[in-house]
Write a protein that binds this ligand. Sequence first.
Ligand code: GLA
Length: 390
Amino acid sequence: MTAAAAARALFGERFGREPVGTWSAPGRANLIGEHTDYNDGFVLPFAIEHRTHVALAPREDGVIRVASTFDDGVVELPLSALDPTFPARRDEVVEWARYPLGVAWALQRLTGRTDLAGVDLAFASDVPVGAGLSSSAAIEGATAAALAETWALDVDRVDLARAGRTAENEAVGAPTGIMDQMASMLGRADAAIFLDCRTLRTEVVELGFAPAGLELVVIDTGVKHSHATGGYGERRASCERGAALLGVPALRDVTPADLPRAHALMDDVTFRRVRHIVTENQRVLDTVRALREDGPTAIGDLLVASHASMRDDFEISVPELDTAVEASLAAGAVGARMTGGGFGGAAIALVARERVEELTDAVTSAFAASGFSAPTIFTVTPSSGAARDA
Ligand code: GLA
């Protein structure tokens, strides 16, 4: 059964009636620009074809009920109980339900509307969870799109991405940036979204993988990570410390030419965190230019340099991700890097179509030789963002 059909079937099973419509939103892979989003910098993600689907019908009684194929039962709350205290009380609901309820809360807060109809929502997804492909942005995006239309909210897609990030930061408690939500809301077929995270202005950048005979391969290491705990927040704090020491609002305001001065001002670890962000922002700009002027075969070195910077300066890679990248490059990939927040999750490799099988075998063998669990390897296609489907 497709995830769309599963969402409709679950709706009937848990709520005993028919939905009025279904919406969906995609996960994402990030081509380049990692941990730059919360530093007001540049990112270049694209939506993938894996999506979270939601079936919805309104209710008369101001109650919101959510159900998911991941979990038995139904989580139920009066909408009036969400605002303003939901984040403080998030521990009262199971973790997955904090995403949709958090979005409902964030949309109430964003619009100031208190007259909203109750809703029943049933979710099903084919976005791999914990793979660094933003299953969380997909559930947030599907919820935001469905609720905005049902509640006839006067909001645009950027507002919906903002509501998703607010839910993630405050209702889930993960101190992330806005890249994933923007990619999920604004994705386009065969293109990446070049996003300036300070202004939230976007440009569509054609990727041209298919005409160049290239495939984008995802290597899910199976190493699970959570951005609500530990390393992600520590990296963010280091970046904020670096910006404060340099006297700038965000590391976006630091250029490669400023790095010698930065080095003199801070300890070595903070400096290396700063250097990753500053050089990564430049690599995003260089990648956009290379894609536009020379096409996707020209971006390999930038992807590889990005990975090295995350491994050595930002220190968010893990041995499985390094192995995935090294084995991909040895098997002839144009470029490869870990994607997403790090500490586990997935790597991406850009490779000629006829070499996908060879790369898959090479990475699988390298994992086995290192004693790692077998990775899950599949190709993805840059795809369109959140939408109503039926
Ligand atoms: C996670 C976060 C994003 C971004 C990436 C790292 O995916 O959700 O906001 O910070 O990590 O680039």
